[in-house]
Design a protein around this ligand. Structure first.
Ligand code: AMP
Length: 173
């Protein structure tokens, strides 16, 4: 369990971005270098244990934790992004949101065939975004060796959508 990443550093914002959603704001975590360092360290350790060869960050808060992990581990970093943001040739996956659908994309050369990819985001909610990112990795013939999140909303059971692959989260609500 983290010592520095306390639940008190995660701010609850009711009814954001729409009524009925309790948004878990990680901004206060980012104001504590020690807490960020701890998150990056613990998730990096997990990625190393699972033999990660590339860190995949999910737009946009996944970049905040994923890039320093890649640096710490000396691994390449790859991005999954919302449709229309990536300039080069892409693969895409459509996935369902609470209301409607969205598309995630990845550059075709972001991961290599056979590479072991560790997928990172700030928060696991329903798991739809992480599952779509895993599909992108697999479309490029790479494999997902694990997932890492700073925060997990356990009551939404997002893990069940991640096909029993290893999932590490640092704080669960
Ligand atoms: P999901 O696909 O439902 O697992 O949603 C995960 C993505 O949406 C992550 O990128 C989160 O940052 C964001 N997200 C979903 N629900 C919340 C929430 N209650 N508080 C903060 N971020 C959320």
């Amino acid at each position: 369990m983290p010592e520095l990443l306390a639940a008190s550093l995660i701010r609850d914002i009711p009814d954001f971005p729409k009524p009925g959603i309790l948004f878990k704001d990680i901004s206060p975590v980012l104001q504590s270098p020690a807490a960020v360092q701890e998150c990056v360290g613990l998730l990096s350790e997990d990625a190393r244990e699972h033999g990660a060869e590339v860190i995949v960050g999910i737009e946009s808060r996944g970049f905040i934790f994923g890039m320093p992990m890649a640096l710490q581990l000396g691994l390449p970093f790859a991005m999954t992004r919302k449709k229309g943001k990536l300039p080069y040739e892409t693969v895409d996956v459509e996935y369902s949101l609470e209301y409607g659908a969205a598309v995630l994309e990845m550059h075709v050369d972001a991961v290599n065939p056979g590479q072991r990819a560790y997928i990172v985001d700030d928060l696991l909610a329903t798991g739809g975004t992480a599952a779509a990112s895993a599909l992108l990795v697999e479309k490029l013939s790479a494999q997902v060796c694990g997932f890492g999140f700073a925060v997990e909303l356990g009551f939404l059971n997002g893990r069940s959508r991640l096909n029993e692959r290893p999932v590490r989260s640092l704080i669960t609500f």
